[in-house]
Design a protein around this ligand. Structure first.
Ligand SMILES: [Zn+2]
Length: 483
């Protein structure tokens, strides 16, 4: 009997292993034909000069009263007009809610749905401490343009504009209408910029064929021994919700405390929440990420990724141990703000904690609140704080805009392998779900991990070479995606 069970088990293990090996051997990379092509020449020093000038106009996100702090935005608009004369001569410009800009380039064929490129004009503040150069100085040194917004995201906006100005000088007119949508509050979450632009599209019943916005990332495959670049294009975004946890108990003087205190109950709740996250899930985008990347990996990573479904419990266990991979399969709960007493000798009658959650696609913010309330029980009140944003829909990858975008990438970055993925942060494009199904977030800057970490931090910079490539890339997008 024992012998038979042992033999049966062994047989099924061998079969499983054989299946996994066959799947690994059969998996083939998706090839993209970039066609005959030569990248345009750009004057990269001029691009650098323009980005430097853009950085010198400190369009820091406005919060509270806009009047009195809006001069940089008006200056920026004037600078755009002066610097890109052909764009301003050709496109129809609409100013939305005083500061956001929409440009429309009329296409030859009115039956085609328009496409749109998004960028935000605003940047996060940059106190001078710790910077090697003035944060709003736009210094060009050592092959880099330095300053706030060089990466996030004036660098992208300038690349798009440089590419367009060049194309227009060649007599370019797209087949479909092309919009540039430049909001002014992406970093501030005030719903004054992109939200209004989107409402403007809705009012006119304009449905967009595609949107390209910031996000995604380029990873150097050499980190895992693969001599390729991996371009991750975000096809969706996680939701973002703040919850307030509140525990109320009678407070009083610190000389005669009663037990358990409100703080102790809240502390217990926080530990419980930390230990019991919501169930992890392979979201549709994450499944696609590994499916498309797997054929380019070396053994044994390839075998593991190809057989993700079979190895799911083991893989989830490993993924959950690493914050970055955990964020791709889990709704995360970050405990960010605690508040109790304002005085050393006063026991607070109420203690609160803010939990910032990032929600995977397919899960709603209501479900997150319900889960948390059920887990923590009646001692802890769980409430939504602020509006937050739901996880977006997942854009398809079997449509023309996805294919065209990949051709443009292949042309400019020949060794790059692309895959869709779930963006763990947020972008302006999250507002556009009602007017567009094909939303792709991709920032085409080749840079080191060290440079990527400078976004929203000190010494933000982008290399002149990366700007040149990004400009060439957008020129190809404008041509290929608008046929
Ligand atoms: Zn940004």
């Amino acid at each position: 009997m024992y012998y038979n069970v042992y033999n049966n088990n062994r047989r099924s293990y061998v079969m499983l292993l054989t299946t996994m090996i066959i799947r690994t051997l059969l998996c083939k990379p998706q090839e993209i034909d970039a066609g005959e092509f030569k990248a345009r020449d750009f004057d990269k020093d001029l691009i650098a000069k323009h980005l430097s000038e853009a950085v010198q106009i400190p369009t820091v996100s406005m919060v509270g009263e806009f009047e009195g702090q809006d001069k940089p935005f008006h200056d920026y608009h004037a600078w755009l007009e002066k610097t890109y004369p052909l764009i301003h001569k050709t496109a129809e410009k609409t100013v939305i809610n005083n500061y956001s800009l929409v440009y429309r380039f009329k296409g030859k064929n009115p039956t085609l749905a328009p496409g749109a490129f998004l960028a935000h004009q605003d940047v996060v503040p940059a106190p001078k401490e710790g910077w090697d150069y003035e944060p709003f100085g736009g210094t060009i040194d050592g092959g880099f343009i330095w300053g706030r917004g060089t990466q996030d995201m004036k660098g992208t906006m300038i690349s798009i504009l440089e590419a367009t100005e060049k194309l227009l000088s060649e007599g370019w007119q797209p087949e479909r209408d092309v919009y540039f949508c430049f909001g002014h509050d992406e970093e501030a979450w005030t719903e004054e910029g992109a939200a209004h632009i989107c409402a403007w599209f809705k009012q006119q019943n304009i449905k967009l064929e595609y949107i390209i916005d910031e996000g995604g990332t380029i990873i150097d495959g050499n980190m895992i021994g693969v001599d390729k670049l991996f371009g991750l294009i975000a096809t969706c975004e996680k939701g973002n919700l703040n919850m307030t946890l509140t525990v109320e108990k009678s407070g009083g003087h610190a000389s005669n405390p009663s037990k358990p205190s409100a703080a102790a109950l809240l502390g217990k709740a926080l530990i419980k929440l930390d230990k019991h996250p919501m169930p992890s899930k392979w979201t549709p985008a994450t499944k696609q990420t590994f499916k498309l990347l797997a054929p380019h990996m070396k053994f044994p990573i390839r075998m593991v990724l190809v057989n993700r479904d079979i190895l799911s419990p083991l893989l989830k266990f490993v993924f959950k141990k690493i914050p970055l991979t955990n964020s791709l399969i889990s709704t995360t709960f970050a405990q960010t703000m605690l508040h109790g007493s304002d005085a050393e000798n006063v026991i607070p009658p109420k203690v609160t904690a803010n939990i910032n959650t990032r929600i995977i696609t397919g899960v709603s913010s209501d479900e997150v609140i319900a889960y948390t309330q059920k887990l923590l029980g009646k001692d802890v009140k769980v409430e939504r704080h602020g509006k937050g944003t739901e996880a977006t829909a997942v854009s398809p990858i079997d449509v023309k805009p996805w294919h065209d975008l990949n051709v443009a990438i292949k042309q400019i970055f020949p060794t790059m392998v692309t895959a869709p993925y779930m963006f763990i942060a947020n972008s302006d494009s999250r507002y556009y779900g009602d007017v567009c199904d094909n939303i792709y977030r991709f920032t085409p800057f080749l840079m080191t991990l060290d440079d990527q970490k400078r976004i929203h931090a000190i010494n933000e910079r982008v290399s002149i070479d990366a700007m040149e490539k990004a400009t060439q890339f957008f020129a190809q997008c404008l041509e290929i995606m608008n046929k």
